[in-house]
Design a protein. Structure first.
Ligand code: NAP
Length: 259
């Protein structure tokens, strides 16, 4: 399928590996020139080079912490007016409800709610002026079904989801579509670190922890960054102009809900 976005430009945040990288690759395959971001310069530059060579698009690497104002300013300086924005950042650490203090919540809010909101506020006006734009926010299945040990993530992502619900309807008339993609368990480094948490807490091997978590997914396996990226590219495509403010779950059926 021709996604109709060849020659457009995109910022993909937190994209040197994992789900962000999957989104960057799928957009590059559709012919989109990219600014990709992550904190560690070496792996980010390597990712940029690999993507540019594989797909023949321009890829600029901007090493910066997207949860900070300075980091966002660096990313936006490299591409002030993208056609497409994919918001992403690392996820907060697991724990118990009584573990988290104000500072922990502020960190989670900065990374997983206020950073994507700030990026949207920065790029939406020009998208609206041009009458075309796409924003995809990577959130989590925890928005639909809480993951008890990820209370910081449950809280911050709920706030972003509420903002997108309203904002997406305010900008849709200008040809700008904002949607959220909700990953269930995907085979990335984040999943490995959560597997490690289960292995440690239950005194079992990593293989057993992974099998235990995979058994909670009707599809019987973890998702892949490629599958995730394909859905992201579709939501960023010309074809997705009538999809507004949706929360699309990619979880192999893990959330047991009819709707
Ligand atoms: P990952 O494999 O650990 O990759 C995270 C990427 O984000 C890396 O490129 C990392 O590079 C970058 N990054 C992290 N913090 C950043 C920051 N503050 N500023 C800029 N870049 C940053 O993680 P993932 O599995 O792709 O997860 C992506 C998001 O989806 C996370 O928020 C995660 O909580 C959420 N999620 C994932 C799953 C899953 O199963 N994988 C499920 C539900 C939700 P640097 O470390 O170099 O910055």
């Amino acid at each position: 399928m021709d996604l109709g976005i060849k020659g457009k430009t995109a910022i993909v945040c937190a994209a040197s590996k994992g789900l962000g990288r999957g989104c960057a690759e799928a957009l590059a395959e559709a012919g989109v020139d990219l600014v990709i971001n992550a904190r560690s310069q070496g792996p980010l530059e390597q990712a940029a080079q690999e993507i540019a060579e594989k797909y023949g698009v321009q890829v600029t690497a901007v090493a910066a912490d997207i949860s900070t104002e300075e980091g966002r300013a660096k990313v936006l300086a490299a591409m002030p007016s993208p056609d497409i924005l994919v918001n992403n950042a690392g996820g907060p650490p697991p724990g118990m409800w009584h573990d988290w203090e104000r500072e922990d919540f502020i960190k989670a809010l900065d990374a997983n709610m206020l950073a994507p909101i700030a990026m949207m506020k920065a790029v939406l006006p020009a998208m609206m002026d041009r009458g075309w734009g796409r924003v995809v926010n990577i959130t989590s299945q925890s928005v639909k079904s809480p993951i008890a040990v990820l209370g910081l993530s449950n809280s911050a992502r709920a706030g972003l989801t509420g903002y997108v619900g309203g904002t997406s309807r305010q900008v849709a008339g200008s040809g700008v579509n904002i949607n959220n993609l909700l990953p269930g368990i995907h085979a990335t480094d984040r999943a490995i670190s959560l597997d490690q948490g289960v292995a440690k807490a239950e005194g079992i091997s990593m293989e057993a922890a992974r099998a235990q978590r995979a058994a909670t997914i009707p599809a019987g396996r973890y998702g892949t960054a490629e599958e995730f990226g394909a859905m992201c590219a579709f939501l960023c495509s010309e074809k997705a102009g009538f999809i507004v403010g949706q929360n699309i779950l990619l979880d192999g059926g893990a959330v047991n809900a009819t709707l």
